[in-house]
Design a protein around this ligand. Structure first.
Ligand SMILES: [Zn+2]
Length: 317
């Protein structure tokens, strides 16, 4: 979106928060770097994951594509990054798998999760649910973030995990996204975020909605310091995530067929009492209407991102 946005149309943060009488709410716009110690925030580089050899039954396992109903050998789906070789449908992948597809082996340094678990509404069974998901997914929370290299170009990369409560944004996710921008700001690196989310996390009520403002402010601060932010919208990017940091990037990419929007199509149709146009809220429709800059297939994502990072690096010099 940002690529084609005319500069003069862009409001400054001060204009956005200006009061009716023209005065501005007290917001200290700092030119200082974030007050964080990178070595304390980052974990040691992760060892490249060893590929487990497939068992005999896995070798024969089939994957049924929900796009064309074809029965594809699982081994072939994995080789093709879970994109159907017949119809091109991009199937969901976990955050860890996506990170592995994306970054150079052995370069990933995870940003530590600094938010202890909270249950502000005393939501029943919430703590057990989070504990179970941590174990099952290997994620600390709904987003995995760290410093890594893509074809040798360094960036701070965050990947949301739809396998963790639909990638919903609560306090911990909001803080991790914010921290992602702070680490990038401090290290003078670009930010790449793969969004995949059902929206705000209902279990945390109003506090999860506040993360929209918090993460948007983090983007603004990072941008005002000259940082490059690339957002990649994957299936599905909806709700409070689509209405905050995910659509505030300088360059907005999307995976083919991704559902991107605020409310779902059924809710909109019921509300406005009209049938929606064909393909509404799909990546292709949004690209045609200028909301998305480019649709990039999963197999080309690494080289496309490396290409943008290379152009950006040249410019900075
Ligand atoms: Zn298919």
């Amino acid at each position: 979106m940002g690529l084609f946005k005319k500069k003069k149309d862009k409001m400054t943060f001060d204009e956005i928060i200006a009061k009716e009488d023209g005065s501005v709410l007290p917001y200290e716009k700092s030119d200082e770097e974030p007050d964080i110690n990178i070595e304390e925030v980052l974990e040691a580089p992760a060892k490249p994951a060893k590929k487990k050899p497939l068992t005999e039954s896995e070798k024969n396992e089939k994957f049924t594509c929900t796009g064309c109903q074809a029965e594809i050998p699982l081994i072939e789906m994995r080789r093709n990054l879970y994109v159907c070789p017949q119809c091109g449908k991009h199937h969901k992948v976990s955050a860890r798998r996506r990170m592995r597809y994306l970054v150079d082996p052995g370069t990933f340094r995870r940003i530590k999760n600094s938010i202890p678990f909270v249950n502000p509404l005393d939501y029943p069974d919430y703590e057990e649910k989070i504990a179970g998901l941590k174990e099952k997914t290997g994620l600390e929370e709904g987003v995995l973030s760290g410093v890594a290299e893509i074809e040798g170009y360094k960036a701070v990369v965050a990947v949301m995990g739809s396998e963790f409560l639909m990638g919903s944004m609560g306090i911990a996710v909001g803080e991790m996204i914010t921290r992602t921008f702070e680490v990038a700001d401090k290290m003078k690196l670009p930010v790449i975020i793969f969004a995949a989310s059902g929206g705000a996390r209902m279990q945390e009520g109003i506090l999860s909605l506040m993360q929209m403002a918090k993460t948007s402010a983090a983007v603004e601060r990072f941008s005002s310091h000259g940082g490059l932010y690339i957002s990649v919208l994957t299936h599905p990017t909806t709700g409070g995530v689509s209405a905050s940091f995910a659509t505030l990037a300088d360059i907005t990419l999307a995976e083919p067929g991704a559902l991107i929007g605020f409310a779902g199509p059924r809710v909109i149709e019921q509300t406005i009492g009209q049938k929606l146009p064909e393909g509404f809220q799909r990546a292709e429709y949004l690209e045609k209407h200028g909301y998305v800059d480019e649709i990039v297939g999963r197999n080309d994502m690494r080289s496309e991102l490396a290409h943008i990072l290379r152009l950006h690096e040249k410019r900075r010099k």
